[in-house]
Design a protein around this ligand. Structure first.
Ligand code: NAP
Length: 488
């Protein structure tokens, strides 16, 4: 962004037109203490949003050139005098060096944007510490969850939320208005006691992904060991054949689809368990056990990891013919056939199996890609609830069925061939079918009219043991109402 551009408001008055709560913030003077990365990005964003900005630095002459020309860069005390709202873009360790400004800061709003380097690093949050140093000021915690980069690039991409908390409602509203004019979505997190939680948020490493990642790794380890025993250890022990070369690609490539397929079924299994619980207790108002709640909340991540494994499986499969081992084996087979004078090696059944197996696999991957794309917030937000639930629920279930067909055509009749049982261990694909088939059968049972009807009524508030009026859509789509008593 050129300095000329930086002076132009991007989100002008027009963007908040019609919203009376936002108008007063536009055009007011905002102070920024500090001249580092965050202060600079903040100043640029504020200028672009139509605010007057005054930056307070210990060395304004040296730092002025780093800021847009529309921003005034001056000494800290001078800057503070010119505004009522001051962003403190200084590290916590340096707060005490601002104490000389206590008199000029009195009665003003200080916005604490600071983060820590460790979760719960200090006893009290940075914002509470700042408030204790400046008791005559009103401190608002906010903007710390936004990076300097996001501030500069604008709130168009990525996370638009700015979490705000303070003990003073008026000050919180002022900062929320500023955030809104800057194009962010202010989220009221309550009083100052929430500051610690807000400060911990940027330090958390993929909190929603921990369980799904451990689940994927656990499944990978189990299936990898199983395949290793069948494909490498068994031929070594039984026939003294060295098949170690299979480990990096073949064993991994037979493990990945197992993980992907089982993970996909685990996206839909908690829904089945939840439906069973609702049918059993005859109510939707009974809380699910914590583990089921957690599981339901992690479905998106589990689904995305399933897609990730499926995509890796596709790439690995495409690379199979590139391997030198594959070429050697191909030549070896050709030579054997020549020696045995075999002319026709075409097996019609095998050809069809492979064609169908690959085609169904590609369709399954396509459906999984669609599910993954529509689970991204920017895409999901552009869909209405019906579209989102159709893709994630109906198409997702179809993806599971298609993946099952892919697995079955891959396995074909191997489950009935005793040579396929290594150390009495059945082919891996038979194990992977267990959970997905359970889910598919359960879903089919739930779609039977008598069960579907009861489940629908429960999800619309009907409860077993209660006498309530209910209204349900009929087969023609019209609504019919009636009275029902318990155990119907
Ligand atoms: P920085 O680049 O190191 O800037 C810190 C600024 O503090 C310095 O430029 C300095 O400006 C000022 N300062 C005032 N008194 C100071 C003192 N006694 N010693 C040293 N510096 C002093 O840091 P930053 O990345 O901008 O971060 C500033 C605050 O924003 C931190 O609390 C950080 O946690 C928070 N934050 C940063 C980001 C980010 O993406 N960078 C994101 C969220 C939150 P003068 O020399 O002009 O006085």
């Amino acid at each position: 962004m050129s300095r000329g551009d930086m002076a132009k408001p991007l989100l002008g008055h027009g963007s908040t037109e019609g919203d009376p709560s936002v108008t007063p913030a536009y055009g007011r003077t905002i102070g920024v203490l500090g001249s580092g990365d965050f202060a600079r990005s903040l100043a640029i964003r504020l200028v672009c949003s139509g605010f007057k900005v005054v930056v307070g630095s210990r060395n304004p002459k040296r730092k002025a050139s780093l800021f847009p020309s529309a921003a005034e860069v001056t000494f800290q005390a001078e800057a503070v005098k010119k505004t009522d709202v001051i962003f403190v873009a200084v590290f916590r360790e340096h707060y005490s060096t601002l104490c000389d400004l206590a008199d000029v800061l009195a009665g003003k709003i200080l916005v604490d944007v600071s983060n820590n380097t460790e979760i719960n690093h200090h006893k009290e949050s940075n914002a509470e510490y700042l408030a204790s140093l400046f008791p005559a000021c009103t401190v608002v915690k906010g903007f710390n969850v936004v990076s300097a980069w996001t501030l500069q690039s604008g709130a168009r991409d990525g996370n638009k939320q700015v979490l705000i908390c303070s003990n003073n409602q008026e000050a919180k509203r002022t900062v929320a208005e500023i955030a809104q004019v800057m194009g962010f979505t202010p989220v009221d997190m309550g009083c100052m006691s929430s500051a610690c939680e807000i400060e911990n948020i940027p330090l958390r490493l993929l909190p929603a992904w921990k369980i799904p990642i451990f689940l994927a790794l656990g499944l990978f380890l189990c299936f990898f060991t199983y395949n290793l025993i069948r494909q490498v250890i068994h031929p070594f022990i039984r026939e003294q054949k060295n098949k170690l070369y299979k480990i990096p690609i073949e064993v991994v490539n037979t493990t990945l689809p197992c993980v992907s397929y089982v993970m996909l079924s685990l996206v839909y299994l908690p829904g089945v368990l939840a439906a069973c619980s609702q049918l059993y207790y005859g109510t939707k108002y009974r809380r699910f056990p914590d583990w089921l709640d957690q599981w339901l909340q992690h479905r998106k991540q589990i689904g995305l990891l399933s897609f990730f494994c499926a995509a890796l499986h596709a790439v690995y499969s495409l690379c199979l013919p590139m391997r030198r081992s594959h070429r050697y084996l191909l030549i070896e087979t050709a030579v054997k056939q020549a020696v045995e004078k075999k002319m026709n090696i075409w097996v019609e059944e095998e050809v069809w199996r492979m064609e169908i197996y690959i085609s169904v696999g590609i369709i399954a991957l396509g459906l999984l890609s669609l599910l993954a794309i529509t689970s991204l917030p920017s895409i999901a937000n552009s869909l209405n609830w019906r579209e989102f639930s159709f893709i994630q629920s109906s198409l997702g279930f179809i993806a599971l069925v298609v993946s099952t067909l892919h697995t079955l055509t891959y396995g074909w009749s191997r489950a009935f061939d005793e040579n396929q049982y290594k150390f009495y261990l059945p082919p891996t694909y038979t194990l992977t079918l267990l959970v997905p088939c359970t889910v598919i059968i359960a879903k089919v049972i739930f779609s039977l009219p008598c069960i579907r009807h009861r489940l629908l009524r429960i999800r619309r508030g009907w409860e077993k043991g209660r006498y309530v009026k209910f209204v349900l859509p009929s087969a023609t789509g019209e609504y019919s109402s009636g009275e029902t008593s318990s155990n119907v």
